[in-house]
Design a protein around this ligand. Structure first.
Ligand SMILES: Nc1ncnc2c1ncn2[C@@H]1O[C@H](COP(=O)(O)OP(=O)(O)OP(=O)(O)O)[C@@H](O)[C@H]1O
Length: 795
């Protein structure tokens, strides 16, 4: 299909939009096109683009400094060879960044007519009848939709490499058929080794955006229409072609405009459903999130929620009902995006921009007689305004299509402001890289290491998607020039890592609770009917039923299954009704998660699974009974048939009785015994706690005493040593003084000798030998005190 052939006629636009933008160029950011180097050289580039040329401002990009005076400048000079941006002459004056919309722009003064908070969603639904034929891409047919549904089931990220055309020889050898790419050996740093060969899902070259869209985005857009969250993002070095891939130009519309055409084409192909489409457009600039559809004075957008539930607030959402509406929204966003001339790219994206479409759909039907899903009015308001309600039993399927143009990683530039931005850009891309690395590592090695999602706004916002909630397609763009080999290699390594990330996207559906209850009731009726049929069969005359023991067991198991399912559904109905009853209580809003729990088929499956597990454990018991049955003496081979039937029936009855006994045991004894046990545990729990406390105290005392004893032992040992030394000394002294007393006149030991006299020392020593140990005394006192306190005898 010629992409421009279907270009819709200009739709009536609000006055201001007309003034600013040509409808045909609304999808057209400024792109200087490769004209001379490639086969696409005949393509004409857009001569005029109001977004890129008329809106150049002599203003700083910083929020505070955003001037309110529009200074129109000449369009930047086109690079000598478009598609091959080269480092420009540093002396050349820079094109300052485009600031957000100026104040005199009435588009930004207030919310638009289609702001989701202003419209009743029921009034702006679209379906196959309301979609304009000019709004659709003619390429979406039944076969394609079927193929799209069945593809991408492997839950891996679709990773493609797009090599930008270059006017100089490329450093890379890209093989589209083999889906591989490698560096030419002459550019490999290590001449001794062979450059590695990288394999990806797609390798794309040239300027044809249609083939790129078909290969990397179309399935994901259709998946989004089918209820899956889908994320498509472009990653790569600055000026490698991310914006060209996402947005394109007049001649080569990129993924965003093509995706929107397919969205409308899918709606047109679904006569049974009606849709509500809401668009938002935001950018992350210097780690701050700005709503591109809100006026510049609007507060910045905050990320809220935790874990894998993240939402953005306040964020404007515009309801769109036609391609023209989408164009107007994108044009508004584009005008507010921060781009600037850098050393490498005349209109470099200085922020990560995210264009999101929330797609809600439900079966078509008469809404007049319908009722709203119970519980929904009291649930917290959805950030971004009201949304489609599940009415009259028709569930609502919700998905988000996110199209992300990341800012390009870059080396230091010669401009101070650009360098500052570059730091933020590189940091958040680095964080994205480390998040991807950890996720890939966790997936390949079965680990659950912490993933640093919180380290940047970008990764925090992408957390639910990267954690597996969405289908993801990544287009890594490459500048093939020799002087960009290092950046290109790093992009390829990033691409390799993201391929390993595991996804597990699921459809999101909100079901009408009443409808679900009705479904349960019908299923119960159905099951009861089947059960009574089976019971009748079981009671049929024996001659009609020649069942083996195994078959009888199977039958009994089937009946048990039916019973269990009926019981489970009855419980579910009770739970749903309980939730419904809460509705009247305004002070306590019904828990939306509880409503969802009861309503989600997935949850129901989980319940079913646990019920099946229970049934399986009972089946094991039955098998044990079967073994016992087989162990019984066999019937003689010539026993009459009636006798066999009688015995079989008897066995079956026995089995049923045993099952009833098991069940009865649980109902009559199991539960009461558990209750008694709980009572006893409650009663004795307190006593046990007191005893345990006393025991602990006694242990502490014992430990203290043991310590004191140890100390005393040491002291005693020391005393003993001293005593021995003194005794030896006294003996020696006695023998000495005995000799002396006979010859000299020493005073007798009974009288106190004067200080300094040898007998004085002897007297001191003797006294020391006889003094009782202070430690022993202290320990005895403590021991006696404890004995008194604890009431034990002794000490
Ligand atoms: N495949 C392509 N065919 C022709 N021209 C291309 C192609 N890819 C990129 N270009 C041109 O190269 C220039 C830079 O591309 P683009 O702005 O898309 O890069 P980018 O990666 O978005 O850069 P930044 O990160 O700085 O925003 C533009 O003039 C664009 O038109």
């Amino acid at each position: 299909m010629n992409s421009t052939a279907n270009e819709p006629q200009p739709q009536p636009q609000p006055q201001q939009t007309k003034r600013l933008l040509r409808p045909s160029s609304l999808f057209t950011p400024t792109r200087t096109l490769s004209t001379s180097s490639s086969s696409e050289s005949s393509r004409s580039s857009t001569p005029f683009n109001p977004l890129s040329t008329a809106r150049k401002f002599k203003a700083s990009l910083s929020l505070e400094a955003r001037t309110r005076t529009i200074v129109k400048t000449k369009p930047p000079a086109l690079p000598s060879l478009s598609g091959t941006p080269t480092k420009k002459d540093p002396a050349r004056s820079k094109t300052p960044g485009t600031p957000r919309q100026a104040e005199d722009d009435p588009l930004q003064d207030d919310r638009s007519e289609m702001d989701v908070s202003r419209v009743d969603p029921e009034d702006v639904l679209i379906d196959w009848e309301t979609v304009e034929p000019v709004d659709i891409s003619g390429e979406v047919d039944e076969n394609f939709l079927r193929a799209a549904k069945n593809s991408d089931k492997n839950d891996k990220v679709l990773v493609s490499i797009r090599v930008r055309p270059s006017d100089v020889s490329s450093a890379w050898e890209a093989q589209m058929s083999a889906k591989s790419i490698k560096l030419l050996p002459q550019h490999h740093r290590n001449a001794a080794t062979v450059p590695p060969l990288f394999h990806f899902d797609e390798i794309l070259t040239g300027s044809d955006n249609k083939s790129v869209y078909n290969a990397v985005a179309r399935n994901h857009v259709c998946a989004a229409m089918d209820g899956y969250n889908s994320v498509i993002f472009a990653y790569g070095q600055t000026a490698s072609g991310k914006t060209f891939t996402l947005s394109g130009d007049d001649d080569q519309p990129g993924i965003i405009p093509r995706a929107m055409k397919d969205v409308f084409a899918c709606i047109r192909r679904m006569p049974a459903r009606e849709y509500l489409l809401r668009c938002s457009y935001l950018e992350i600039y210097n780690e701050t999130i700005h709503d591109l559809l809100a006026p510049p004075s609007a507060p910045t957008v905050q990320l809220q929620g935790s874990g894998e539930t993240v939402w953005l607030t306040p964020l404007r959402e515009e309801v769109v009902t036609s391609l023209a509406g989408v164009r107007a929204v994108i044009a508004r966003g584009w005008a507010a995006r921060r781009t600037a001339s850098t050393d490498w790219n005349d209109r470099s994206s200085r922020s990560h921009s995210v264009f999101r479409v929330v797609i809600e759909s439900r079966e078509r039907g008469d809404t007049s007689g319908g009722r709203q899903t119970p519980g929904l009015p009291s649930r917290p308001p959805t950030p971004g305004g009201p949304r489609l309600q599940s009415i009259g039993g028709r569930s609502v399927q919700t998905s988000v299509l996110s199209l992300i143009d990341l800012a390009g990683s870059e080396k230091a530039t010669s401009d101070k402001e650009r360098t500052r931005e570059g730091k933020f850009i590189n940091t958040s891309l680095l964080t994205l890289g480390s998040v991807i690395s950890t996720l890939a590592e966790n997936a390949s090695k079965g680990k659950s290491d912490h993933v640093p999602f919180r380290n940047s706004k970008l990764t925090r916002m992408l957390q639910p998607s990267l954690s597996g909630d969405a289908r993801i397609s990544v287009i890594c763009t490459l500048n093939p020039d020799v002087n960009a080999v290092a950046e290109s290699t790093s992009t390829l390594l990033f691409a390799q890592r993201i391929k390993k990330v595991q996804l597990n996207a699921k459809k999101k559906e909100v079901v009408d609770t009443d409808a679900l209850l009705e479904r349960y009731r019908q299923e119960i009726e159905e099951l009861k009917k089947r059960l009574s049929e089976k019971e009748k069969e079981a009671e049929a005359p024996e001659k009609n039923r020649r069942l083996s023991a195994r078959e009888q067991l199977d039958e009994s198991k089937a009946m048990k299954d039916l019973n269990a399912r009926i019981k489970q559904l009855t419980n579910l109905i009770l739970t749903s009704q309980t939730v419904g009853e809460n509705r009247g209580d305004e002070s306590r809003p019904a828990s939306p998660s509880k409503v969802d729990f009861d309503m989600t088929p997935y949850q129901l499956q989980q319940e079913l699974l646990s019920a099946r597990r229970e049934i399986e454990s009972q089946a094991t018991q039955i098998l044990a009974l079967e073994v016992a049955l087989l162990a019984r003496p066999e019937l003689p081979p010539d026993a009459p048939e009636s006798e066999k039937d009688r015995l079989l029936a008897e066995q079956a009855r026995n089995i049923r009785e045993l099952e009833m006994v098991i069940k009865g045991y649980e109902d009559n004894l199991g539960a009461p015994l558990r209750a008694v046990r709980e009572d006893v545990e409650r009663e004795w729990g307190a006593r046990l706690a007191t005893e345990e406390a006393r025991h602990k105290e006694a242990e502490a005392w014992a430990a203290e005493l043991a310590r004191a004893l140890e100390k005393e032992k040491k002291a005693k040992q020391q005393l003993e040593d001293e005593r021995r030394v003194l005794a030896a000394f006294v003996t020696k002294f006695d023998s000495l003084t005995a000799g002396l007393s006979s010859s000299s006149s020493l005073p007798s030991l009974s009288s106190t000798p004067p200080r300094g006299h040898p007998n004085y020392l002897l007297r001191v020593c003797r006294r020391s030998l006889n003094r009782p140990c202070a430690w022993i005394s202290a320990a005895c006192v403590q021991s006696r005190a404890y004995s008194r306190r604890s009431g034990t005898a002794g000490g």
